[in-house]
Ligand binder design. Structure first.
Ligand SMILES: [Fe+2]
Length: 480
């Protein structure tokens, strides 16, 4: 008899969904713009079986991919688990064989050496495939139409690093997918790879370098000329895994670094810049002007991840965990290893920053993110929602220093926004923003469509799923 633990990560709105779904012509409110033609893909963790160790963190669920296909003002929905090696081995066994998040020491011996990846972090269309990504493994490829899993890829064996980030970027000029891997030579190693994959999906570059210390290298910044890596003190070690501690913990004693490598000479040693302890995870965008590199990221004073507690026992502090969009600058012409400047851009704390991806790696104006507006009411029945509950969508006009926002209501939570251009050659920021809204009390999920220039007016269309999706992570649009 299968029974999930009666713990926050497996109950209420976090109850495992464990379903694969097809809905033709989803019920909608408002007017779906007929020019929206393509598909929106996103990833969520959803455990196939109860956790091997009795409890688990949300991040460790099996990756399930949702696809909303837009065509002629109608939307079809498809939802499938990625058939990772882990998923297939466990399905055959009828139970979980893999243990704690990023800790193979807790696995059943029968799966030793197998890919542990869950493909639960990002759904990234590229070169005619959907890349289902988890940063501890190579990419899993899926069919863009059927969501059928095609399996892991190491790019015809050319990728020798063991891992591939869940946050690749597409270079709008070259069409390359730019990516990296951390712990690339094995668990908790400081070895990093830098990758570029050409528009046909062939590995064009793999180069190696080392981090100052092992940490969760979750995202990075890419400019026209440089790749930029922020080393933030969410650290891990084999010793922690042997003790059965969470893979990562936050270390207040460590400095933060920005490492810069030249994209035209990625084998050259990176240049490292240093600043004081803080936490930054996702990157909105990066660009370089002359010798200066700008790197925009939400920065928190302290640990943002309560499920990866401080290594020195400091209790989680939700106020210090709030991140404000900040522009870091380093100057390659300077002799100092200090940052050139740090400017707080955001007025309200938030995360999950995105842009009009056509302006990736270049000076840009429009950003979109989720903010946690604590002045807004919360339905008492929703106060205990754990996960990534954000209540407000925010459009940041980086050039004008203005924000416009829309509050989703006291009993709903938003998911990462995704910008869709009105057409291939429309102006920056001219288009729509898609974001999921979980209706916590209704145990249901909507996909909202906003005019990207009129966020505060609310959605122009609401695609009303009759089912609940789970808190997920990242998603992307693929135009037809
Ligand atoms: Fe992420």
């Amino acid at each position: 008899m299968t029974r999930f633990p009666q713990k926050p990560a497996f109950t209420g709105f976090n109850t495992p969904l464990r379903a694969e779904i097809d809905i033709v012509d989803v019920e909608t409110e408002g007017e779906i713009p007929s020019a929206l033609s393509g598909a929106y893909y996103r990833a969520q963790p959803d455990p196939q079986f109860p956790p091997r160790l009795g409890d688990d963190i949300l991040f460790n669920g099996d990756g399930a991919i949702s696809m909303f296909r837009f065509d002629g003002g109608k939307v079809d929905f498809k939802h499938r688990w990625a058939r990772t090696d882990k998923f297939l081995l466990e399905r055959e066994a009828g139970e979980a064989l893999f243990g704690a998040y990023r800790n193979p020491l807790t696995d059943d011996p029968s799966v030793k050496g197998r890919y542990r990846g869950t493909a639960n972090t990002n759904a990234f269309p590229f070169a005619g495939k959907l890349y289902a990504l988890k940063e501890d493994s190579p990419p899993v490829l899926m069919d863009l139409d059927t969501l059928e899993t095609q399996g892991y890829t190491t790019f015809d064996g050319k990728m020798t690093g063991q891992t591939f980030t869940a946050h690749p970027k597409i270079d709008p000029v070259t069409g390359n997918m730019v990516a990296f891997g951390y712990a690339a030579r094995g668990l908790c190693t400081r070895d990093m790879t830098y990758y570029e994959v050409d528009p046909q999906g062939r590995l064009a570059c793999e180069s190696w370098f080392e981090l100052p210390y092992y940490c969760m290298m979750h995202d990075f910044g890419v400019t026209r000329d440089y790749a930029v890596f922020h080393v933030a003190p969410i650290v891990g070690s084999i010793e922690r895994l042997e003790k059965g501690l969470p893979h990562f913990g936050f270390d207040r004693s460590k400095d933060v670094y920005l490492g810069v490598i030249r994209r035209d000479d990625p084998d050259a040693k990176p240049r490292w810049f240093k600043t004081e302890n803080c936490f930054a995870s996702h990157v909105m965008n990066a660009f370089n002007e002359g010798s200066k590199i700008y790197f925009d990221t939400p920065v928190a004073k302290n640990n943002m991840f309560p499920f990866f507690p401080d290594v020195d026992g400091h209790p989680f502090n939700p106020v210090d965990a709030q991140a404000y969009l900040t522009r870091w600058c380093v100057d390659l012409n300077g002799n100092s290893d200090a940052f050139f400047s740090k400017e707080v851009i955001g007025r309200t704390p938030g995360e999950f920053p995105r842009i009009d991806d056509r302006y990736a790696m270049a000076a840009y104006r429009h950003g979109y993110m989720l903010v946690q507006d604590s002045t807004k009411p919360v339905d008492p029945a929703c106060k205990s929602i754990t996960g990534f509950a954000m209540n407000t969508l925010c459009h940041v006009d980086v050039a004008a220093g203005k924000e416009s926002t829309w509050f989703v209501g006291p009993s709903s939570a938003l998911q990462e926004p995704c910008f869709v251009p009105r057409s291939a050659d429309s102006d920056e920021g001219d288009g729509w923003v898609l974001t999921l809204a979980h209706r916590i009390l209704e145990m249901r999920t909507d996909l909202l469509v906003f005019d990207a220039q009129q966020i505060s007016e609310g959605p122009v269309a609401t695609i009303k799923l009759p089912v609940r999706l789970k808190f997920g992570l990242h998603g992307n649009w693929h135009a037809h």
